[in-house]
Ligand binder design. Structure first.
Ligand SMILES: [Zn+2]
Ligand SMILES: [Zn+2]
Length: 442
């Protein structure tokens, strides 16, 4: 055997090994009916998203959006229920064949953000939020989620006869949190019985995300997004003249010490090799004038955790620090830790995630399904996923070729969703739904 032939043989061996490896990694082709539906409905999904984007509504105020959704579902021959958890809409599609039951969820609310995208369909809407006039913007991409699910509903209705099982469409208000003094979001949808009337075998949801490119889908099994808890502290001293601090009790100094001491919860006390923890003070309010020591100071903030025991432990430690540091200053504290029910960890059911990974990969294409790191943000999808096995995945929002790390993030006034993400989100959600239903056909 000549050197040359041996070299050629070695090359061939390398080439066939590379081909085999690529074949092993190549995702399955997407379902033909998904490709056809995406082509047929893409223009509609884009138009809905632009319309919803131009008419954003704050949490629990999604009246127009809810009506748009309900009207569309009616036009498909479904019988939507409206006014659930204020403005929510649900509808059930029964397939022509027996099979499993799934729920597909989209959120509909916008944020008190003044849009700076310069898009032709940019929001010019203003509203009142916590007593202040503000711009309103779909700065988290829920316009995209709503439009995608409207399209997926239309596609599935078109396949009704051959469809095994039943699908509950959930269009949810107030994912970003209900206004103060109101209930809302997934918690209220569940309280009003959305999963009692129709108990799904699995629930699916998606989110557009600036940290991925618009040709990428991101997922993670197990804990994926943090539990989020709001806290409030009122540090109570005794008001006195700024020149005579000994004549009162200074809640500003006590607050400063509480804030400093609270930093040791993460840095010195929690086992952050197990799961990450964040404690953030977001606002301090106290005092009115340079030479008056005020009666009290209010502190508010957020706690992010990934483990239920650690979550409760942080509550206890922050309470302990607030109480004892205040006492050491002669002050008292009224603590609300947590200040409300909060959001639990968004947990992707492991078996369900592994089962649906090939569906996500088929939609995204080779190399475009990425494993996400833990996300410190929170989602009230977590509440549905506490009831039944859930899978929540991300679709990139940043145009292909741009650096996602440099792109304006969700909640930024410059946040934008590349319209190709609408197509990918639609195909991913439809592929997941169809694969689950057909795999579980009874
Ligand atoms: Zn958001
Ligand atoms: Zn969001």
């Amino acid at each position: 055997m000549s050197v040359c032939v041996r070299f050629a043989a070695a090359l061939l061996a390398i080439a066939s090994f590379a081909a085999a490896t690529a074949a092993a990694q190549d995702p399955a082709a997407p379902r033909a009916e998904v490709v056809t539906a995406a082509q047929a409905l893409q223009d509609k999904v884009v138009a809905w998203r632009r319309d919803i984007h131009a008419h954003p509504e704050l949490s629990n105020r999604e009246t127009r959006t809810g009506e748009l959704v309900a009207e569309h579902l009616r036009s498909l021959g479904l019988e939507p229920k409206t006014g659930i958890a204020h403005t929510g809409v649900t509808a059930v599609l029964k397939g022509g064949r027996p099979g499993p039951r799934i729920a597909l969820r989209a959120d509909m609310d916008a944020l008190p953000v003044t849009e700076q995208t310069g898009l032709p369909f940019a929001s010019k809407v203003t509203d009142t939020y916590r007593g202040q006039t503000t711009g309103v913007m779909h700065a988290c991409g829920h316009d995209a989620h709503t439009a995608i699910l409207m399209g997926v509903a239309e596609a599935l209705v078109g396949m009704r006869e051959e469809l095994p099982g039943e699908i509950l469409f959930v269009f949810q208000p107030a994912e970003e949190g209900a206004p103060e003094g109101e209930e809302g979001g997934a918690a209220l949808m569940l309280k009003e019985g959305v999963f009692e009337e129709f108990t799904p075998d699995a629930v699916f949801g998606l989110h557009v995300f600036s940290t991925l490119n618009a040709d990428q889908v991101g997922v993670r099994a197990g804990p994926m997004m943090a539990a989020s808890d709001r806290f409030g502290l009122k540090v109570i001293g005794r008001q006195t003249h700024g020149s005579r601090p000994w004549g009162g009790v200074d809640p500003i100094v006590a607050s400063a010490q509480i804030i400093s001491q609270a930093q040791t919860i993460v840095s010195r006390q929690m086992d952050i090799s197990k799961q990450p923890v964040v404690v953030t003070f977001g606002a301090i309010n106290g005092g009115i004038r340079y030479n008056i020591i005020p009666d009290e100071v209010e502190l508010v903030g957020t706690i992010r955790t990934f483990d239920e025991d650690m979550r409760k432990d942080v509550f206890a430690r922050l309470n302990h620090i607030a109480e004892h540091v205040a006492a050491a200053n002669g002050a008292t504290v009224e603590a609300q830790i947590p200040a409300d029910a909060g959001n639990p960890v968004t947990f992707n059911n492991e078996a369900l995630t592994e089962r649906m990974r090939p569906s996500l990969a088929a939609a995204a294409g080779a190399g475009k399904l990425v494993e996400l790191p833990l996300i410190m943000g929170a989602e009230d999808f977590s509440l549905y996923a506490q009831q039944v096995p859930g899978l929540f995945f991300f679709v990139g929002a940043t145009p292909v070729g741009e650096d996602p790390a440099a792109a304006p993030s969700n909640h930024s006034p410059q946040f934008d969703v590349d319209e190709s993400a609408l197509d990918l989100g639609f195909r991913a959600m439809l592929q997941v739904a169809l694969d689950y239903l057909h795999d579980g056909e009874s």
